[in-house]
Design a protein around this ligand. Structure first.
Ligand code: IMP
Ligand code: MG
Length: 335
C-alpha cells in the first residue's frame, strides 16, 4: 500500500477536484477513495474539456480507476444513482468502477428533511449533519443495510490491502473541520489527513500529502466572512465563486497565512498547490490578510518564502487555469 492524500487547507472549494483529476493522469493509482463528507461536497472537474461536477463519486471513475466511497462518508442513495446516471450520460462508466464501504452511513429522507430546515449554520441542506449525528448516536443506517447498494459493497480494509497505490480525495477543507473550524460554522465530518487514514489506510503507507489552497479564500454559510470592500465582490465575480452544490454566492477574503501554516503543519502537507492566480491577476490585487504586494511576483515569492522549505514543503505549484497545474515548468513550480 502506497497512499497519497489530497486535502483542502481553507474552507472547501480550493480546487481539490482539479488536483485529484490531474494526479490520476499518472496512471499509477489502483484506487481513488473519498474519505469524508457526502453530497455536501461539489468537485468541479474539467474532463476532456467538459465541465462536470461530482458530489459522492471519486474522480477515479474518469480514468477507469477503482473508486471507493469510504466508511468516513455518508451516502444519499437517491443522489448517488442520479450522479451515476449523470456521469454515464457523459460517457463516464461510473457504475463499473464504483465500490462502497459496507460500513459507510446512509443519508435518509428524514435526514434531508431535517437539514432542509437549517437556518442557523447555512448548511448545504443535503442531510449530512443529521446522518453523522445518527452514526455517532449508534442509531444510523449503513450502506450494508441497503439492498440497492449490494452490487457495490466491499470491506474497505480488504479492498485497499496489498499491492495498491491509493489516492485519497478529500472534501471540504481543514477550516470546516468540526474540531478546528469556527464552531458551530463547520461541517460534520473531519477533513484532514487523520480522517483519510481512518478509512483502512496504514499510516506508514503515506507518501505525499497534497495541500490545496486558492490565492484568496472563500466560505459559504451564515458566518460573517467577507470584509466590506468592493474588491471582494470583484473577486467573487472574476472567480465565479458560487457553491458547486447549492449555487450560493461564496463570501471572499484574502488568504490567512496563519491558518494555512497551521493546516500544513497539522496535516503533514509536503506538496502545496495554489489555485486561481488568474483571478487575482484579473482584479490586480495581491494581498494576504496581513500583507500586500506590488505584483504577482512579490506575492508568489512571499508564499514561497513563508510556506516553502521552512514548512517541509517539497514543492509549491502555482496554477492559473481550471484545467491543470504545471508540474514541469520551473517558473510555476519553484523548488
Ligand atoms: P454541511 O456540511 O452541509 O452540514 O454544511 C456545513 C458548512 O460547511 C456550511 O457552511 C457549508 O457551506 C459548508 N460546506 C459543506 N460542504 C462544503 C463543500 O464541499 N465546500 C464548501 N463548503 C462546504
Ligand atoms: Mg466544492
Amino acid at each position: 500500500m502506497i497512499t497519497d492524500i489530497v486535502i483542502g487547507l481553507q474552507h472547501g472549494d480550493e480546487g481539490k477536484g482539479k488536483v485529484t483529476h490531474h494526479l490520476l493522469k499518472s496512471g499509477e493509482y489502483t484506487h481513488c477513495v473519498r474519505f469524508n463528507g457526502g453530497c455536501n461536497a461539489g468537485h468541479t472537474i474539467y474532463h476532456d474539456g467538459v465541465r462536470l461536477v461530482t458530489h459522492h463519486i471519486p474522480a477515479g471513475v474518469f480514468f477507469g480507476v477503482t473508486s471507493v466511497i469510504g466508511n468516513g462518508c455518508v451516502i444519499d442513495p437517491v443522489k448517488l444513482f442520479e450522479e451515476i446516471n449523470y456521469l454515464e450520460a457523459h460517457g463516464i462508466s461510473a457504475r463499473e468502477h464504483l465500490k462502497i464501504a459496507r460500513n459507510a452511513h446512509i443519508i435518509t429522507a428524514f435526514h434531508k428533511d431535517e437539514d432542509g430546515k437549517d437556518t442557523e449554520i447555512g448548511t448545504t441542506r443535503t442531510g449530512n449533519g443529521p446522518a453523522y449525528r445518527d452514526k455517532y448516536n449508534r442509531s444510523g443506517v449503513r450502506a450494508g443495510d441497503i439492498p440497492e447498494l449490494e452490487p457495490f459493497l466491499v470491506d474497505i480494509y480488504q479492498e485497499l490491502s496489498g499491492d495498491t497505490v491509493i489516492l485519497m480525495e478529500g472534501a471540504q477543507g481543514f477550516w470546516l473541520d468540526p474540531d478546528w473550524g469556527d464552531y458551530p460554522y463547520v461541517t460534520s465530518s473531519h477533513t484532514g489527513t487523520a480522517a483519510a487514514i481512518q478509512n483502512g489506510i496504514n499510516p506508514r503507507s503515506i507518501r505525499n500529502v497534497w495541500g490545496v489552497i486558492k490565492a484568496y479564500e472563500t466560505y459559504v454559510g451564515k458566518r460573517g466572512f467577507q470584509p466590506s470592500d468592493p474588491v471582494f465582490d470583484q473577486i467573487q465575480h472574476a472567480g465565479s465563486e458560487f457553491g458547486a452544490t447549492t449555487g450560493r454566492v461564496r463570501q471572499c477574503n484574502w488568504i490567512s497565512m496563519r491558518h494555512i501554516k497551521q493546516a500544513i503543519d497539522m496535516n503533514g502537507v509536503n506538496n502545496l498547490v495554489v489555485n486561481k492566480l488568474d483571478v487575482l491577476r484579473e482584479v490586480e490585487a495581491w494581498k494576504t490578510t496581513d500583507n500586500h504586494f506590488q505584483d504577482e511576483v512579490g506575492f508568489r515569492a512571499y508564499l514561497q518564502n513563508e510556506l516553502g522549505n521552512s514548512m517541509g514543503i517539497q514543492k509549491i505549484y502555482f496554477s492559473d487555469n481550471p484545467y491543470n497545474f504545471d508540474e514541469e515548468n520551473p517558473l510555476t513550480a519553484a523548488a
